[in-house]
Structures are given as C-alpha cells and as structure tokens.
Design a protein around this ligand. Structure first.
Ligand code: SF4
Length: 79
C-alpha cells in the first residue's frame, strides 16, 4: 500500500498578528489560543518555525491560508 501523500506546514508563530484568517480556512490545522494568536495544531519546534505533517487532501485550503496570511509566516512543502 502506498503511503498517503502528506505536506509539511511550517508556521513562524512569533510573528503572528492574530488576524484569524488561517483558523477560519483550515480550523482543523490552526486554532486561536487564549491570547488570540494562531497555533499550528500538533506543531513541533523546527528552528524558528513550528512544523506539522498533514494529509495533502486539503491542499487547496492550505494554500489559501498560506496566500491569505498578511505577514507571510505560513509555508507548505511536500514532505
Ligand atoms: S493568517 Fe497569519 S497572521 Fe493571521 S492568524 Fe494565521 S498565522 Fe497569524
């Protein structure tokens, strides 16, 4: 059985301005914390980013979140 395709999302959380755009588009991947900042669910620290691997079936929505982030701190790459 081939492994399901995944992508890696990276989020530079320290530069988040809390606009909520990502959490509105992909709420199963980003949630807002008690301080009103986005949190990458299941994110593991990777340098200045938090990173999480997610199935690529939501890639269009993930790309929309990347494009909509006003401070360009979300990246998506093939795993
Ligand atoms: S879209 Fe960008 S700035 Fe807005 S909450 Fe998400 S990570 Fe933060």
């Amino acid at each position: 059985m081939p492994k399901p395709a995944h992508v890696v999302i990276r989020h530079k959380a320290v530069e988040c301005i809390g606009c909520c755009a990502c959490a509105e588009v992909i709420p199963h991947i980003f949630e807002m914390d008690g301080d009103g900042m986005a949190v990458l669910i299941g994110g593991i620290k990777n340098g200045v980013y938090l990173a999480a691997e997610v199935p690529d079936m939501d890639l269009l929505d993930i790309q929309k979140a990347v494009d909509d982030c006003p401070v360009n701190i979300i990246r998506v790459d093939r795993s």
